[in-house]
Every structure is written in structure tokens, then in C-alpha cells.
Design a protein around this ligand. Structure first.
Ligand code: NI
Length: 441
């Protein structure tokens, strides 16, 4: 089912309390949208009231998004739904020029001009894989699924935005970044940046679902929390020939073999072991006949690193090592290194604000230590422009098998949605209070 309302609908023409009619289109009549709230009763009262009134709608929105996943840069329905909810809430917003995704801002109700501008980012795209979760609201789009939990990220950000928009406690502006296309290179963070989404932002926060952490808990880490990921493609060519006379050719398969084993090894000897370089070839193609030396061959793989300083020198090092390995072989080559993103580097002050937010929102045991993952996240590109931090949002139900992100059977416990809303709201309030103290000092 596609949109039932007009994306450009003006909230001012709607009756008070109007909710977009498309919000729950795929939830079966009578379906229970009640979700246990891990932070219930922790306040403040206006947030309790907000969640009591609106949480079921937000859960419905999330299930609708989950049933209608959209691939990177094609999130048109998702974008229209975000805009409709923002319009209904009276939050000013605009789409990214020439792209999907939305930038919005809550003005802070004329609060202190010295309060920091807090940016909150959620990614909104899905993955090209077939869902096998068995959920009643599983994907209705063949071969596309929200298997990385970005539907949860979106619902949490929208819920926090609606709560903050209603709140008299907000004392400064909040920028809302609904980012498209996190799952591809080059990612949608660049589109948000190009559209001015980070301009004027003092502090940035984002969440990512973590299937190894229980719902109601928040994983935190100062410093790098994700890794780099670059794509490497090497195309070899040479004069083919008979395997009985390799000296008259360039033995291309042997040259491939030297790079296959040599490059991953040499990288670990030339980079600081703290960078934890993981270089793995995922594809190799060359030759057909057992007694013919082929003329062409291709290698493709990825390099992942845990440290930014290693990433800065990685491309030049790969080029040097490939040149050295192939020099004696006589083959010619074309090397492509597609740069991914640096690690997400969590700022210590921003992480402390998330910790304060987690404790206030979900209790003293809510904040747990997170490890640096070997996955990559283009939120890192935004953090090159403004300090901030990414937190891991627990989505494990505490009982089921833990299915990893990007798995067909990945399921997020929806208790993570009120938990995430509470976390973002408290973190924004803590950041504004902290910023005011700094400004007043
Ligand atoms: Ni993701």
C-alpha cells in the first residue's frame, strides 16, 4: 500500500490532535500495539504523558515502515511519511535536495541563545535481503528488509522529536537528521552534510540497534566505536600462453596468488597492530583451462581498520605493497581502492551526556560498556564536522537466539523504542543544561 495522505498536508488545516492516517496502514485491525516501556515512571511527567498518549502510534509507524522497507537513495515513501508526521506536529522541515531524507529543526521555544544546537541523526534505509523474521508485520517488499533496525532508529528519532516539540523543558534548538542511504558507499551522510544539515550544530548524537545488548540497556564507549571499511579491486593483465612455457608469458595466476597471500600479511607488518587490520579477499577470478595461462584476472576484497591514523595511510600503503609484490612478475595491473569511512570517534563529553541521559531515562544500571565493532558507519563523516557520539541501543529480548544485524532473522525488541525515545530526550536536555553551564561560566 502506498501513501493514503498528501505529503504536503499542512497541520494548520487539521483538527487538533490529528494523526496522519497512513501511520498504521499495515497493522491488522485490533493488533496489539502495546509495548512494555523499560523507563516507565522515571519521568519527567510530561514525557510520561507523551508516551502514554503516543507510543502506540509510534509503534504502529515503526511496523508500517518495517513492512514497507526501501533501499538506499530510494526511500521516497519513508521520506514522505517522515515529512507528514513532522508537518502534523508543526515541526519545520525540508527534504534533501535531489535525494531522499529530511532535515528538520525544533526551534527550542525561544530558549537561551547560548544553548547548544543539538543534532540527532537516524538512518532510514533498508537492505537488499529477504526477511525471514516471521513477524506479523514482516516486509511486504520482495528481497528488501529492515534487517539493520533503521526503522527502529527512525521511529525513536521521530518519537523524541514529537516529545521535545511538545515540551516546555527544551531550552535550545534541536536539529533532526533523517539520513538516507547509510548502507551504501558513498553513503547519505554526504547528502546531509552537503544540504547544510550539520551547519551550526554544536553536538551530534545517534543510536544504532545492538542485538547483543538487552532492550532497556545502552552500550557506550569513548573513542572509536566502529571501524573503517575500504573496498579493494585489483585487475591483472598479461600475455597468456601455454603452461609448459611460463617463461614466455607473465604467469598471471601465480602473480594473483602472491598478492592474495602477500598483501594481507604485509599490511599487518606495516601497520601498528593496534589498528587491528583485517584484510580479506572475497572474490577471485582467473583462467579456465588447467594448461593455459590466462590473460586477465580480478581480485576483490575489503580492508577494515580500528584506527583513524592507520586509515589515513592505508591507501598509499596498499599501492606500495601491490607494486612491490607484482614488480618481478611481469603482469600489468589496475588497482582501485574505494575509500569508505573512518571510525566513528565518540567524544568523551558527548558520551558522558549519553551516559547521564541513559541513567536518567532508564535507571542506574542502564549504561553498559560497548566494544568497538568491525562494522562501519557513515555517521563518522558527520563527526568530522561536529563532536558527538553514537550509542548502542539494546534490542535483544533477553531470551531468544541473538541474530546479528544484516541477518534475515534479525528482530528488534520494541521495548527499545520507548527506551530510545527516553534516552534521546534526556540526552538533549542534559546537553542543553551542560551547554548553558559552560556558556554561563
Ligand atoms: Ni545499520
Amino acid at each position: 500500500m502506498f501513501l493514503t495522505g498528501s505529503p504536503g498536508t499542512d497541520a494548520s488545516t487539521q483538527p487538533a490532535g490529528w494523526v496522519p492516517s497512513l501511520a498504521v496502514t499495515t497493522v491488522a485491525a485490533g493488533a496489539d500495539r502495546t509495548v512494555a516501556d523499560p523507563g516507565v515512571g522515571r519521568g519527567p511527567q510530561w514525557l510520561e504523558d507523551f508516551l502514554r498518549r503516543r507510543l502506540a502510534d509510534i509503534i504502529g509507524l515503526r511496523r508500517d515502515l518495517h513492512a514497507h522497507p526501501e533501499l538506499s537513495h530510494r526511500e521516497t515513501r519513508t521520506t514522505a511519511m517522515i515529512e507528514q508526521w513532522l508537518t502534523a506536529a508543526g515541526i519545520s522541515h525540508h527534504g534533501l535536495p535531489g535525494s531522499t531524507g529530511v532535515i528538520a529543526e525544533i526551534d527550542g521555544h525561544g530558549g537561551s541563545r547560548r544553548a547548544p544546537v543539538v543534532g540527532l541523526r537516524a538512518d532510514i534505509d533498508a537492505l537488499p535481503l529477504r526477511e525471514g523474521s516471521g513477524l506479523p508485520f514482516a516486509s511486504t517488499v520482495p528481497g528488501v528488509a529492515h534487517a539493520c533496525g533503521h526503522d527502529v532508529h527512525l521511529a525513536v528519532l521521530l518519537g523524541a522529536a514529537l516529545a521535545l516539540q511538545e515540551s516546555a523543558a527544551l531550552t535550545g534548538p534541536v536539529r533532526l537528521l533523517f539520513q538516507p542511504a547509510e548502507e551504501v558507499m558513498s553513503g547519505g551522510a554526504k547528502d546531509v552534510i552537503a544540504a547544510g544539515g550539520i551547519d551550526g550544530v554544536d553536538l551530534l548524537f545517534a543510536l544504532h540497534c545492538d542485538p547483543r545488548t538487552e532492550a532497556g540497556r545502552i552500550g557506550l564507549k569513548v573513542g572509536p566505536i566502529t571501524s573503517t571499511s575500504d573496498l579493494i579491486e585489483l585487475r591483472l593483465s598479461g600475455q597468456g600462453g601455454h603452461t609448459s612455457r611460463p617463461h614466455l608469458t607473465a604467469d598471471l595466476v601465480n602473480a594473483l596468488g602472491m598478492v592474495i597471500t602477500g598483501l594481507p600479511l604485509l599490511i599487518t607488518r606495516r601497520l601498528d597492530p593496534q589498528a587491528a587490520a583485517v584484510m580479506v579477499w572475497g572474490a577471485v577470478q582467473a583462467g579456465d583451462a588447467p594448461n593455459a595461462i590466462p590473460q586477465e584476472g580480478v581480485l576483490r576484497g575489503t580492508l577494515r581498520l580500528k584506527r583513524r591514523d592507520a586509515w589515513d595511510v592505508a591507501e598509499a600503503l596498499i599501492r606500495e605493497l601491490v607494486a612491490g609484490l607484482l614488480a618481478p612478475t611481469g603482469v600489468t595491473y589496475e588497482l582501485t581502492v574505494q575509500r569508505g569511512v573512518p571510525p566513528v570517534e565518540n567524544d568523551s563529553s558527548a558520551t558522558a551526556l549519553l551516559r547521564a541521559g541513559a541513567v536518567a531515562a532508564l535507571g542506574p544500571d542502564a549504561a553498559v560498556d560497548a566494544e568497538q565493532s568491525t562494522g562501519a558507519e557513515d555517521f563518522a563523516e558527520m563527526l568530522e564536522l561536529a563532536p558527538g557520539a553514537l550509542a548502542r541501543l539494546g534490542v535483544w529480548d533477553g531470551q531468544s537466539e541473538q541474530c546479528d544485524l544484516h541477518s534475515a532473522r534479525f528482530v528488534a525488541d520494541e521495548r527499545s523504542i520507548p527506551a530510545g525515545i527516553r534516552l534521546l530526550v534526556h540526552t538533549v536536555l542534559a546537553a542543553q543544561a551542560d551547554g548553558r553551564r559552560v556558556a554561563d561560566a
